[in-house]
Design a protein around this ligand. Structure first.
Ligand code: ASP
Length: 288
């Protein structure tokens, strides 16, 4: 059975595109990349790719990652400027280098060498993102993260984001960091995160979710335990948790989702379930 789950309502278009590939017997990585590229190209999505939120200097720096659950190979890019599809660069890092992560100008040079289309940063900056930057709102951040299972049993995870708005130039969140923003192992499961990267990284949420599924927990039980533990651990050590949300999937294609704040949504589809968007009830409310 194939299955696709991805973070936020805006990923519904990714789920639809992924489904069209998977139901023809297509590859999980092709489905994840095709879906995420659509969201990266959508200027209405203010936190991913074109139209994404700007850093403190008014520049657009993008992060993305992919992981192949069959091989445990991963590729990620951080702080990439002037490329509409960081997920495609991340995939090239995985498939065409010996490395896991490339950053900034090195990632951009690599993308050029690979013939990946470059459009320049200005072409990716939306008027609304400039307005948000001018008003110095410093509020927004969301990621598209997808976990995908194909008919062969291969599982992949992939992410793409502009990170936190008004971030210090060079800041990297959890989304391109293995184990934090994403993790997947075919035969076990996968997880992807969205929320404040600083909090998700210090609690290694995605790897922990997959490890709990490995230990036998259902996707829902695993992801709830991880969000609750992450939240409570930060509190225990004197911190104030920001947004933490994850979706996950086991090797049977079953989903789980949990968050510590209102308003988190995800999109999903499998052969028995046409694409739909689900709103998640928080298990803890960080604002309560
Ligand atoms: N986790 C992303 C980051 O911190 C943003 C988000 O998903 O909300 O860069």
């Amino acid at each position: 059975m194939w299955s696709f789950v991805s973070t936020w309502h805006f990923s519904a278009q990714a789920t639809q595109a992924g489904m069209e590939i998977l139901e023809k017997g297509g590859d999980a990585m092709d489905a994840a990349e095709a879906g995420i590229r659509l969201v990266e190209s959508d200027p209405e999505v203010e936190t991913v790719g074109k139209g994404g939120f700007l850093n403190a200097k008014g520049e657009l720096e993008l992060d993305a990652a992919v992981m192949d659950g069959n091989t445990l190979k991963t590729g990620a890019v951080c702080g990439v400027r002037g490329f509409e599809h960081p997920v495609t660069i991340a995939r090239a890092v995985m498939e065409r280098t010996r490395h896991n992560i490339l950053i900034g100008t090195g990632a951009e040079e690599f993308a050029r060498e690979m013939g990946i289309e470059e459009c320049g940063m200005e072409a990716l900056i939306a008027p609304n993102a400039v307005e948000v930057w001018k008003q110095n709102l410093g509020l927004g951040h969301d990621t598209i993260g997808a976990v995908v299972l194909d008919e062969t049993g291969k599982m992949v995870a992939a992410t793409s984001t502009s990170g936190a708005s008004m971030k210090v130039p060079g800041r990297v969140g959890d989304s391109p960091i293995i184990g934090s923003g994403f993790y997947v192992e075919s035969g076990v499961g996968g997880a992807v995160a969205t929320g404040l990267g600083e909090d998700i990284m210090r609690t290694c949420c995605s790897f922990r979710t997959v490890d709990l599924m490995r230990a036998g927990l259902s996707p829902q039980a695993a992801v709830e335990q991880v969000v609750r533990t992450a939240h409570e651990t930060i509190v225990k050590h004197g911190g104030k948790p920001d947004c933490i949300a994850l979706v996950c999937m086991n090797a049977q294609g079953e989903w789980g989702a949990a968050c510590n704040h209102q308003g988190f949504t995800y999109a999903c589809a499998n052969p028995d379930c046409p694409p739909k968007v689900v709103e998640v009830t928080p298990i803890i409310d960080k604002d309560a």
